[in-house]
Write a protein that binds this ligand. Structure first.
Ligand code: NAI
Ligand code: 15L
Length: 266
């Protein structure tokens, strides 16, 4: 096992639940954290509850771990207040704690919504400028920039994984392009945790889908090889969903429904 103690934030969420068992193979002790209670620690686990907006609690959560998989935070578009607390202040608190406690590697759950305003007929790489499709995407862009600063200034390596759509199965036609299976998500995180030199890297989190809008050629050094594909679900998804209205922004832009969400008053 490469890591003695690994911290997983957002452990009570959809991806946290999917990764809890899988990540045990990556470490001797898995420390699980969330703001909501989610039950007792099992063998080989620790549970440390913390609100990401609370610097002291985040410092305690991070102390003693040797790497972090950071999934915690607001995961969809919504009012700015909670996004500011959980994703912007939260990611600052996390990296400050990592700096103080000497943690050298982080896998940050970024999102395809950092680049959601590229069109579905464009293929982009990690070198394309951010085009966030909302406040949520902006908060993830902030996390990407902040983690780059902590790499340049303090040498903390980060993989910003711009997760597409990680669910048990693709739920609609868009997700045929954006889908990331849970097993591939685990493979990708494992690659980020184990590659000898990670640096500060941006990688799109997707399975081996035939239709794709993202080119991971800038992230070859991570060594991620997806094994799953949305293609096996294509027929079933087409059968149960209407064809897209190509005049609708939801069908034009990579971010799908996020590009028309809001505005939200706080
Ligand atoms: P989720 O919403 O199910 O889980 C997020 C977890 O973060 C929740 O358990 C929540 O309690 C916790 N959280 C929220 N605010 C917090 C705070 N202030 N302090 C501590 N914990 C807090 O989301 P999901 O789907 O599991 O996603 C995990 C991460 O991956 C998120 O950061 C999300 O933005 C990112 N992501 C997920 C995608 C997906 O397809 N599931 C796609 C792109 C990004
Ligand atoms: C995300 O960033 C969200 O966390 C997730 O719930 C999905 O909506 C996903 O993007 C997506 O774009 O499908």
């Amino acid at each position: 096992k490469v890591h003695e103690k690994l911290l997983l934030t957002g452990a009570a969420g959809g991806l946290g639940k999917a990764l809890r068992e899988r990540l045990k193979a990556n470490c001797s002790v898995l420390r699980l954290s969330d703001v909501q209670a989610f039950g007792e620690a099992l063998a080989g686990e620790e549970v440390v509850l913390a609100d990401l907006a609370d610097a002291a609690a985040v410092s305690q959560m991070v102390e003693g771990v040797d790497a972090i998989v950071h999934l915690g935070g607001m995961s969809v578009e919504g009012p700015f207040g909670p996004i500011l607390q959980a994703n912007i202040l939260g990611v600052y608190n996390l990296y400050e704690a990592a700096r103080k406690h000497g943690v050298k590697r982080v896998v940050f759950a970024s999102s395809n919504h950092v680049t959601g305003f590229y069109r579905q007929d464009e293929t982009i790489t990690a070198d394309h400028p951010a085009r966030p499709d909302g406040l949520y995407g902006l908060s993830k862009a902030f996390g990407e920039d902040l983690s780059r600063f902590y790499f340049d200034r303090y040498g903390i390596e980060t993989a910003c994984v711009r997760i597409g759509s990680s669910f048990a199965e693709p739920r609609d036609r868009r997700m045929l392009a954006t889908w990331l299976s849970f097993d591939d998500l685990h493979r990708l995180i494992t690659a980020c945790l184990t590659t000898p030199v990670l640096g500060h890297s941006i990688i799109f989190g997707m399975s081996n889908n035939a239709v794709t809008w993202w080119d991971n050629s800038r992230a070859r050094h991570i060594g991620y090889v997806p094994q799953d594909s949305s293609d096996v679900f294509r027929e079933a998804v087409y059968a149960r969903t209407p064809p897209p209205d190509l005049k609708d922004p939801v069908a034009q832009y990579q971010g799908g429904g996020f590009v028309v969400a809001g505005p939200f008053g706080d």
